[in-house]
Design a protein around this ligand. Structure first.
Ligand code: GLC
Length: 416
């Protein structure tokens, strides 16, 4: 069981599904947000990109439409990625969005739209900085190969710059609900910056990639082993396989894969941040908009299985011991109501819930509202075990493009 914070940060346990947005100069070459490190472009060339940044079709309301269509309730925006380019009107460097043909504070526009809609805003900020003269680039991973002429590597001075920028971000853009530091390659250590965040925005959670201890972990593009999390967790995943920033010829994940991934993490008690990379004109790729809408139609039907529930998969024994014979299913529960999740394709139309042996009052498939049959049986494969609850006739061939979730109501509370 995850212990809650007991303060304003507990919004995190109510709003579980969010949108990650990676947007910056890297949308122009449209290859990967780290093109400067991974790709064939020089720093000199990259630093001419602000002259071309003019997202005339940027309208944050459209991003929020897409987020809401998926059922997302918060949004995390890249204020500064590793390239060091700042997407707000910062006083700390000229390398920012005001010095582009567009010349508008895109973060301010987004913050206003979020506040109007009641979508909670969170901010991403990269510690590596491939532009700032004080960042100690040494050619480690996610770093430039070394200082260039005129640079003055100085971790202390860099951290003071970071502190001033973080203060700008947390004082100029309304309520901020999480601060998402990224990859602390240089292992910069200064917990007083996190203390400042807590003082300025007490409802903001801080992740574990920053200069001091944080509140939650951020597994990226993978599902940690087990059936639940011991501490607050927010998994993140991009809609495309290769990049977080817009990639022109991206291989997008299938909608089913993304639903499976969202379902598994939420059923384990985590939060899920699903990333989109807007294009250089400010609009979202059609593939993302369409998939978010499809995921949202599913999420709306099954989201009651995540709201106010706790992971209960530890009550199942069959999935642990007979993974290949039985299905990979997860359980969530709210009092006497249980939800069975099938985040991987079911092998048959029957789910064996070894570990539960009470007669339910009803079993309903949330995907289409149909009632499901059930039995309490001794299973031939487990003939020496106690009888257990078996759900019957799930429409595995009929509904194969979304994750199946069933609600089981018991008349009284099954024993733990
Ligand atoms: C990784 C990548 C970075 C991306 C981040 C999102 O750390 O280096 O480009 O922004 O993941 O979590």
């Amino acid at each position: 069981m995850i212990t809650r914070f007991g303060d304003a940060r507990d919004w995190f346990f109510e709003k579980r599904f969010g949108m990650f947005v990676h947007w910056g100069l890297y949308a122009l070459p449209a290859w990967h947000e780290q093109i400067l490190w991974r790709g064939e472009i020089t720093r000199r060339e990259y630093e001419t990109l602000p002259g071309q940044f003019n997202p005339v079709s940027y309208d944050p309301e459209r991003w929020l439409d897409a987020a809401e269509s998926a059922g997302m309730e918060y949004l995390c925006f890249t204020t500064k990625h590793h390239d060091g380019f700042c997407m707000w009107d910062t006083q700390e460097t000229d390398y920012n969005v005001m010095n582009t043909p567009y010349g508008r504070d895109v973060l301010a526009m987004l913050a206003d739209a979020c506040e109007r809609r009641g979508i909670l805003l969170c901010l991403y900020y990269s510690l590596p900085d491939w532009h700032h003269r004080n960042y100690p680039n040494q050619g480690r991973h996610h770093e430039m190969f070394g200082p260039r002429p005129g640079d003055e590597p100085d971790a202390g001075a860099y951290l003071e710059f970071v502190r001033r920028q973080v203060r700008e971000l947390l004082t100029g853009y309304g309520p901020i609900h999480a601060f998402f530091w990224d990859v602390n390659v240089a292992e910069l250590h200064d917990p007083s910056i996190n203390d400042m965040i807590r003082e300025l925005q007490p409802q903001a959670l801080i992740n574990d990639r920053g200069p001091g201890p944080g509140d939650y972990s951020t597994p990226e593009r993978h599902v940690p082993p087990g059936h639940g999390f011991a501490a607050p967790t927010e998994a993140c995943q991009s809609m495309g396989r290769e990049s977080w920033g817009y990639r022109a010829d991206e291989d997008y994940y299938s909608r089913l894969f993304l639903m499976q991934s969202v379902d598994r993490i939420l059923a384990m008690g985590g939060n899920y941040l699903l990333n989109v990379g807007p294009m250089a004109d400010g609009t979202l790729p059609k593939e993302c908009v369409d998939s978010l809408e499809r995921i949202g139609r599913w999420y709306e039907k099954v989201s009651e299985s995540f709201r106010g529930t706790v992971p209960a998969s530890h009550m199942l024994t069959a999935t642990e011991t007979h993974l290949f014979r039985y299905d990979d299913v997860l359980l969530t529960r709210r009092d006497n109501t249980f939800y069975v999740h099938a985040p991987a394709a079911l092998h048959t139309g029957g789910i064996v819930l070894d570990g539960l042996d009470h007669e339910p009052e009803s079993v309903v498939l949330l995907n289409d509202g149909r009632r499901l049959d059930w039995t309490i049986d001794v299973i031939p494969w487990r003939w020496k075990q106690r009888p257990c609850l078996r759900l019957r006739n799930l429409p595995v061939d009929e509904i194969s493009d979304e994750v199946l979730v069933a609600r089981i109501e018991f008349g009284h509370r099954p024993a733990e």
